[in-house]
Design a protein around this ligand. Structure first.
Ligand code: AMP
Ligand code: GLY
Length: 317
């Protein structure tokens, strides 16, 4: 088989490495790839957002399967474009990837399907946000989130009213995150330890991967602001058999079934960012992709061939 991996980070290096272990794979391309990846794959200078060029490359090279790393091409519809051209691809469609691409969609979806999560409100204008801050239902700290993609930086923990005004202004007036700040979610702050829980699904069947945890805060002793994760470990000592079962029953299956019911059949990696609270696991967010950096610790110890799984998902089987 010929495989094309889209992306150029540590996550894609881990994916390329795992894919290269498969006896079925003859050649790997990576767009755009990185220095480390050049040892395992042919890197091609096409940006992950250039969907047309990627699809044309896959056609020209007769690529058998494309695997998408980052969220942006998914939310732009790379899976829809490849499918339209009859090309096999692993990832969520544009409508399915909205689970990651819109915090408002994700929160309303979770409420509709009774998936444990935090209390929240949606603000569609800056005025609404200032009114909510004045007549608040929440106590501080609280979390403000720009609706759209913001490279992992769109969620801000707010500690008092003055900061609430400032952050609402930055997101909704100054548009610090651009159009991602057209709407804003205000949600209850959850306490506990965070776990990344990823599954591979074809829209119906679900295969959980090993749970992992990120090192989130930037300084020692968790003292700094949050990052997208500067390191990771797996398996997560938090997730024993009982918690694993609870996460699958209360969060993962209702999400996969709910998305199918919404006409947004979910295929690919479903990544639930969870807070393990005193009241059990609650979903903080969903991602429509493998985690970065978690993939670097989840894939290497995984036994067996990843490629038939990715292909099975792409085929819905
Ligand atoms: P998100 O942008 O939704 O992925 O959130 C980024 C990070 O912000 C999460 O990984 C958490 O560390 C933190 N966070 C998000 N939502 C909450 C919440 N409701 N309570 C506490 N921490 C949160
Ligand atoms: N490590 C967090 C993420 O991939 O979103």
């Amino acid at each position: 088989m010929k495989i094309l991996v889209v992306g150029g980070g540590g996550r894609e290096h881990a994916l390329v490495w795992k894919i290269s272990q498969s006896p079925r794979v003859k050649e790997i391309f990576c767009a755009p790839g990185n220095g480390g990846i050049t040892e395992l794959a042919t890197c091609i200078p096409i940006e992950p957002t250039d969907l047309q060029q990627l699809a044309s490359f896959a056609e020209k090279e007769k690529v058998d399967l494309t695997v998408v790393g980052p969220e942006l091409p998914l939310t732009l519809g790379i899976v829809d474009e490849f499918s339209r051209r009859g090309l096999k691809i692993f990832g969520a469609t544009r409508r399915a990837a909205e689970l990651e691409g819109s915090k408002v969609f994700a929160k309303e979806f979770m409420r509709k399907y009774s998936i444990p999560s935090s209390q929240f409100s949606v603000c569609t204008t800056a005025d609404e946000a200032f009114k909510l801050i004045k007549h608040r239902w929440f106590s501080y700290p609280v979390v403000f989130k720009a609706d759209g993609l913001a490279a992992g930086k769109g969620s801000i923990i707010v500690n008092d009213e003055a900061q609430a005004h400032e952050v609402a202004r930055q997101i909704m007036v100054e548009r610090r995150f651009g159009a991602a700040g057209d709407r804003m979610v205000v949600e209850e702050f959850l306490r506990g330890e965070e776990v990344s829980f990823k599954v591979i699904t074809d829209g119906e069947r679900v295969l959980p991967l090993a749970a992992s945890q990120d090192h989130k805060a930037v300084y020692d002793d968790d003292k700094g602001p949050n990052t997208g994760g500067m390191g990771a470990f797996s398996p997560s000592p938090m997730v024993d058999e009982a918690l694993h079962r609870q996460i699958m029953e209360e969060i993962i299956y209702p999400t996969v079934r709910g998305m199918a019911k919404e006409g947004r059949e979910y295929r690919g990696v479903l990544y639930a960012g969870l807070m393990i609270t005193e009241d059990g696991p609650k979903a903080l967010e969903f991602n429509a992709r493998f985690g970065d950096p978690e993939t670097q610790v989840v894939l290497p110890p995984m036994e067996g061939d990843l490629v038939p799984l990715l292909e099975g998902v792409a085929e819905g089987s």
